[in-house]
Design a protein around this ligand. Structure first.
Ligand SMILES: NC(=O)c1ccc[n+]([C@@H]2O[C@H](COP(=O)([O-])OP(=O)(O)OC[C@H]3O[C@@H](n4cnc5c(N)ncnc54)[C@H](OP(=O)(O)O)[C@@H]3O)[C@@H](O)[C@H]2O)c1
Length: 281
């Protein structure tokens, strides 16, 4: 598995397994078993996915070595603030049956539209994240769904800048400005919903390109993220697709093909504006 390097030197696998909407414990156990055999180590979860306990049980019962996993978790919006984020992290560690996380992320920014004190809220949550990092409970820290104005504000008080920004990215949502912004500041971008939650898989232009490249549409979407230098986090409940989603290093997209994908208009996905997200999601 190809790895990228975060600003603090921590290596992160470029393809990880998304786990949102996978709650059944037997399904998770089976998927984690197959994923481990195939060479996945990055598991992307969140307190809000309600599957941390199942993931903790799965990797320990399967006898996977902790050092062979890259566990990434997220603090939910109801746990913003210096103290709350630290206590949330400790609870998540217990559920995941581990004493450290490889990556811990703020799930959503508090945004100016909904909170007068959004800058303070984000700054205080981030201070708690920095504390966890200093204590060695997390090897790297970052954010999700932060736009440039959220990052600009955070940079005024942060001692350590986020190492990762996990944002929705897929054909139809190329996030070009945000990716450039992050790249200039050494922030690694992770693509959440790299298949647009399944919606982009029926796009006619992508289907045509997939035929030409002798790949599946899912593989074209993932290759698109890989060529941009992103970490991609596809989710599947199908063990065969787990394998398919890793097989993207034997295909290259030309500049022209990349530009064609960049120009695809929005064609589905999650599409939530981070500035509209409340405490409840
Ligand atoms: N930070 C955030 O706010 C945030 C938000 C959204 C997502 N995420 C992360 O990103 C991960 C992925 O995003 P996502 O769950 O929205 O979905 P996604 O990976 O964009 O798409 C998943 C959909 O594509 C299908 N699929 C997967 N591989 C396929 C393949 N090779 N061929 C055909 N269909 C395929 C899946 O169906 P099957 O299961 O039937 O294969 C499912 O319907 C999440 O699980 C989560 O870890 C983070």
């Amino acid at each position: 598995m190809i790895e990228l390097e975060l600003a603090n030197g921590v290596k992160i696998p470029q393809i990880g397994m998304g786990t949102w909407q996978i709650n059944d414990k037997d399904t998770l156990q089976e998927l984690i078993k197959t994923a481990n055999e195939l060479g996945y180590s990055l598991l992307d979860t969140a307190a809000a996915y309600s599957n941390e306990i199942s993931i903790g049980k799965a990797w320990t019962q399967l006898g996977i070595k902790r050092e062979d996993l890259f566990l990434s978790d997220k603090v939910w919006n109801s746990n913003r603030g210096f103290e709350a984020v630290q206590s949330a992290c400790r609870k998540s560690l217990k559920k995941l049956k581990t004493d450290y996380l490889d990556l811990y992320l703020i799930h959503w920014p508090a945004s100016p539209k909904l909170y007068d004190d959004w800058k303070i809220l984000n700054a205080e949550t981030w201070r708690g994240m920095e504390q966890l990092y200093q204590e060695g409970l997390v090897r790297a820290i970052g954010v999700c769904n932060f736009k440039s104005h959220h990052l600009d504000a955070l940079s005024k008080t942060a001692q350590v800048m986020p190492m990762v920004n996990q944002v929705e990215f897929h054909p139809g949502m190329p996030q070009q400005e945000l990716i450039s912004y992050c790249r200039e500041r050494g922030i690694c971008v992770e693509a959440s919903s790299p298949l647009g939650n399944g919606a982009v898989l029926v796009n006619a232009q992508l289907k045509e390109l997939a035929k030409v490249k002798d790949k599946t549409v899912a593989q074209i979407c993932l290759r698109y993220g890989v060529e941009k230098g992103l970490v991609v986090l596809p989710k599947t409940t199908n063990p065969v697709r787990l394998q398919e989603n890793l097989a993207v290093y034997d295909c290259e997209l030309s500049d022209e093909e990349m530009r064609m994908i960049d120009a695809i208009p929005y064609c589905g996905g999650i599409g939530i504006d981070p500035d509209e997200v409340t405490e409840f999601g």
